[in-house]
Design a protein around this ligand. Sequence first.
Ligand code: APR
Length: 316
Amino acid sequence: LSRVLRRRQRLSHLSSLEDALGLLKNSKKIIVLSGAGISTSCGIPDFRSSTGLYAQLQEEGKYDLDDPQQMFDIHYFRERPEVFYSFAKQIYPSNFVPSPCHRWIKLLEDKGKLLRNYTQNIDTLESLAGVEKVLQCHGSFKTASCLRCKTRVPGQNIETFIMSQQIPYCPKCREEADRRQQMKKELKTGKGKGKALWDDDEEEEENEWGGGEPGIMKPNITFFGQALDSEFDECLFKDREEVDLLVIIGTSLKVAPVSEVLTHIPHSVPQIYINLTPVHHVKPDICLLGDADSIVTYLSSKLGWTIPAPAAIPLP
Ligand code: APR
C-alpha cells in the first residue's frame, strides 16, 4: 500500500489534458493497450456496452447459451461447436476500415514512439493500418488449429466453412482415420500390406487414436478457459523494463491477464486511460473520457501531429 501511495504522491500532479500532451510529446517507449472500443467506429460492436455483442446475444436469445460469454468458452465449444460456427461469420474480419485510433497507433510507430501495441481485438485492423509492433493478445482468425492433432492451417482454409456456418473438421485427422480404416480392413481380410504394416506400435497408437470423428478446427482466437500464447508474457517481461508511458484505449479492462498489464509495469510509469466510460477497479493517472477517435484526433492536433488518412478501402 505504501508503494502505491508513494507512486500516487509522485504522479498525483498528473491529472489533465495538458499533462497527457506533455507525456505524449516526451515519451519514446509507449505501450498502447487497446480493446474493442477502438473498432466500434468501424462498425464492429464492442462486448460489454449496452449495444455490445454480449447484449445482442442476450437479446437475440437464438443461440443456446446460458451466458453470452459461453460463445467464446473453450469447454462449450468442444461440446457444441455448431453454436460458434452458426455465429462466427458475424465477427469474421471482412471489409472493415481502420479507425482514427488504429491510424493514431500507426502514427506513434512512425514517430518512433511506439514500444508495442497490446491489442485484445481479433479484427486485425491494427495490421491493416500498417502497425508492425502489434501483439494480438487474444489471437485472430489468421490461423486455425485442430483441437485433436494440433495441425495448424492458414485461416483462409476454414473461411468457406465459417461463411456457410459449417463445422470444419481436420483434414489431417480425416486422412489418418481413413488410413487406419483401410489398414484394419486389410488386417481382417489378411490381404494387402495391412498385416506387415500393423506392428505393436500401431496397435498402441490405435488405442491412443481411439478412432471416431476427426478433430474440429478452431480459429486461433483465445477463448475463455484457454491460456494466452507465451509471446504475451515474453513481450511483457521485456517491455516492462523499457516502457515510459502506458496508454490504455477503448477497453473495460475486465479480462485478465491483459487487464493486469497495468500492475506488471513499474509504478513510476504514468498511465493514460482513454475511454467512453470510466473504470473503477484501477486508477490510471489520467482519464480522458469520451469518444476515443475524437480524443486522439484532438491530442494530435494540439501536438501538431497529422493522423494518416485511411488507405484505400481493400477491394472485396
Ligand atoms: N470510444 C471510446 N471508448 C469506447 C468507444 C468509443 N467510440 N466505444 C466503446 N468504448 C468503450 C466502452 O465504453 C467499453 O468500456 O470500450 C470499452 C470496451 O470494453 P469491452 O466491451 O469489455 O471490450 P474489451 O475491453 O476489449 O474486452 C476484452 O473481453 O470478451 C472478451 O476476448 C474478449 O477481447 C475481449 C475482452
